[in-house]
Design a protein around this ligand. Sequence first.
Ligand code: ATP
Length: 368
Amino acid sequence: MASVRFNHVFKKFGDFTALNNLDITVEDKEFLVLVGPSGCGKTTALRCLAGLEDVTEGDIFIGENRVNDTPPKDRDIAMVFQSYALYPHMTVFDNMAFGLKLRGVKKEEINRRVNEAAGILGLEQLLKRRPRELSGGQRQRVAVGRAIVREPKVFLFDEPLSNLDAKLRVQTRAQISKLHQSLQTTFIYVTHDQTEAMTMASRIAVMNKGVLQQLDTPQALYDRPDNLFVAGFIGSPAMNFFDAKIRKADKEAFVEMNGFSMKIPANKAEKYMAYDGKPVIFGIRPEDIHNPEFLPSNINAAEVEAKVDIIELMGNEINLNLVSGTHNYVARVDPRTRFTIGEKVKLVFNMDNMHIFDPSLDSENPVA
Ligand code: ATP
């Protein structure tokens, strides 16, 4: 069993709380991604798990074992860093073999493991080279290889793709996903990049300011963000937010924004009636705003008028920066319509995918 559990973990550096009651269970063989902005505590969480930092309060379990007092070398985990941390004077083979030699693993066993890892990672032809003779992507694979040969219970990755260019990042992302499938081991992966998190994770833990915001599958985080922070962090371009008010009229409910009013679909109205007259934040993703000619069928549509401010042609879609009254927002629309800057257009919000957030609750708490 290589499940991992952070049980109400606090980590303080002096007065500063880097991890605030972190409570996460990572299932055996799961690919969990910790994501959040710079400084939110992701690396600190990994370092506590690896035993490179002591926790201030709470427990960490690997499988059934509480490891708070277990030295790093006995935790049976391997970590891949952003910097790769390869030894420059050693060959690829020796870089991968080094940790095993230190542990007194027999030579034949070292050869077997290094060759097997080199095979998995396509490094067979590079085993005699030194790190300076490798590309960034190859170095990164050596760093992963060094972790694989340890045959650990848990793999930790700390932003391993940050030093790669955009194209290589996409390729390596896919390789790491495949590696997870073939090794069938628990992976915990830290990144600040929500796309990386969405594409690789079986579940994602979103963190902000040392506090876990939501732990869920990528799709659930996208469809049902618990709070404003998660809603704004997951999705690109980010969700649009509007200051709004809820107005109840008989059995119907409307969301009213400075300058326009939209009917809330019947199946959602009841949930938000309690907010009648109160300020809320209305959220809509750019991809849920459509040009009327290319509307998905069977949606609860609400029309808005807007002025086109900026046009970003993306090939398979267009990102429009729009202005309606005092609101600025982004729509991701079908590229078959031609838009011009300054043009007044009619667009449609898909109200089935709208979100309402309660601004009286801060971002660390759930919303309505
Ligand atoms: P990044 O994506 O930038 O690496 P992160 O989410 O991994 O960020 P951490 O490295 O975990 O963030 O740091 C969390 C907070 O704890 C930061 O504010 C950081 O300055 C602080 N911190 C980390 N290590 C120490 C330390 N040894 N002493 C004091 N403060 C620290």
